[in-house]
Design a protein around this ligand. Structure first.
Ligand SMILES: Cc1ncc(COP(=O)(O)O)c(C=O)c1O
Length: 391
């Protein structure tokens, strides 16, 4: 097989031997679908994030879809989201026939600009979906004030939110629900996978049923119950968004290292912050005492002279140079309003959300992952210091 990875990839999955072995248990036991391992993973997730309910699903996108279905999102509704996020934040709204209303971001944090949210409200607005991008919580308090004042719901896109705290509280249960991702670019990974967290018991029950074809009891409950030979009733036209027990075993095993993983990521980020503090052209991730950063990645902004398109061309040349030195980088994420589907459907121009446009064109994520060796960190630092484009 061709080598898929650069010497220093943007991320590298780091699993211990016992985590790798954990997937053999469900394979040997024969119970492969959502079962005891998924239940154990959900329990550990709830303990770690202090959530009342955690429900494992097939991806963050699937979890957001289920949460919106459970809240009854439908045609004619509008939901406010940041313009700079992964496309699925918008897609899940589209899939319910509703309209995503883009809001610009704050360039310091890459998160939704809370000052701009109220100007996006209309009589059709039903909810807000802030994103805790790259492991940094959105500025939740002012958002909650808007939510309460206008009687809206809030779903947190916490795809990258593992380890992100706001005023000491883990993200994922400020609103009606929070949804996390376990894609391999995330600190805890099950290959594909997601987790919905909520404090609302009736919402949790509905999401639990919707992920399992609308069934009133899960397969595991039925098998462990008094009459396993009878099938369950189905009270919704649900979906199949169940996580397998193979993935559940892997996630559950990694949760035993959850604190260490975050500690290590924060340590690497501190190294980078201090090494790059003198480089004026490079804005490093936002640090503030109210926020605990999970460092899903290490997103920076290039501040160079010239317009956004000129900086974009310098950034791309710099990325190419780093790539030639064996160091992978990526744009932090994309501005969704600039992607063909959304720009055409809603007639949007890049300048409609100037900060998202700038972030799309001038951001760069550097490699940061737990398990990154000291030598690898040093290589990234020296390559950045020696090749950074001049102002
Ligand atoms: C902000 C954001 N939302 C949603 C997703 C989708 O997550 P998943 O791939 O688990 O569906 C991602 C994935 O990277 C993301 O970064």
């Amino acid at each position: 097989m061709a080598d898929l990875f650069q010497p220093i990839p943007i991320t590298r999955t780091s699993l211990t031997d016992s985590e790798i072995k954990s997937v053999l248990e469900p394979l040997s036991s024969g119970w492969l679908v959502q079962g005891p391992k998924v239940e154990a993973f959900e329990k550990k997730w709830s303990e770690f994030t202090l959530s009342k309910h955690s429900l494992a699903v097939t991806s963050c996108t699937a979890g957001m879809h289920l949460a919106l279905a459970a809240l009854g999102l439908g045609p004619g509704d509008e939901v406010i989201i940041p313009a700079f996020t992964w496309i699925s934040t918008a897609n899940v709204i589209e899939h319910h026939g509703a309209t995503p209303i883009f809001c610009d971001i704050n360039l310091k944090t890459f998160n939704i600009d809370v000052e701009k949210i109220e100007s996006k409200l209309s009589s059709k607005t039903v909810g807000i979906m802030p994103v805790h991008l790259f492991g940094l919580s959105a500025d939740i308090n002012p958002i909650m004030k808007i939510v309460e004042k206008h009687n809206l719901w809030l779903i947190e896109d916490a795809a990258c939110g593992f380890g992100a705290t706001y005023d000491g509280k883990h993200v994922g249960h400020f609103g009606s629900a929070g949804v996390f991702s376990f894609h391999p670019r995330k600190a805890i990974t099950t290959g594909e996978g997601g987790m919905v967290t909520t404090s609302d018991t009736s919402l949790a029950t509905k999401i639990q049923q919707l992920r399992d074809h609308g069934a009133v009891v899960s397969d595991l409950q039925r098998h462990l119950g008094a009459r396993p030979y009878l099938l369950a009733d189905h009270i919704h036209a649900g979906y199949n968004q169940r996580m397998t027990d193979i993935q559940g075993a892997l996630g559950s095993a990694q949760m035993d290292r959850a604190k260490d993983i975050i500690f290590e990521r924060r340590g690497i980020a501190r190294m980078f912050d201090s090494a790059f503090s003198e480089i004026e052209q490079l804005q490093t991730p936002f640090v503030d005492h109210r926020y605990g950063h999970g460092y899903q990645s290490y997103p920076c902004l290039l501040n160079l002279s010239g317009n956004v398109d000129e900086i974009n061309s310098k950034r791309n040349s710099w990325m190419e140079l780093l790539q030639s030195k064996g160091i992978s980088t990526r744009p932090a994420t994309h501005a969704v309003h600039m992607l063909t589907y959304y720009s055409q459907k809603y007639d949007l121009r890049p300048e409609d959300f100037p900060n998202a446009y700038r972030a799309n064109h001038c951001s760069i994520s550097l490699p940061l992952f737990h398990g990154m060796t000291f030598d690898e960190q040093e290589l990234v630092i020296s390559a950045v210091q020696s090749t950074i484009p001049s102002k």
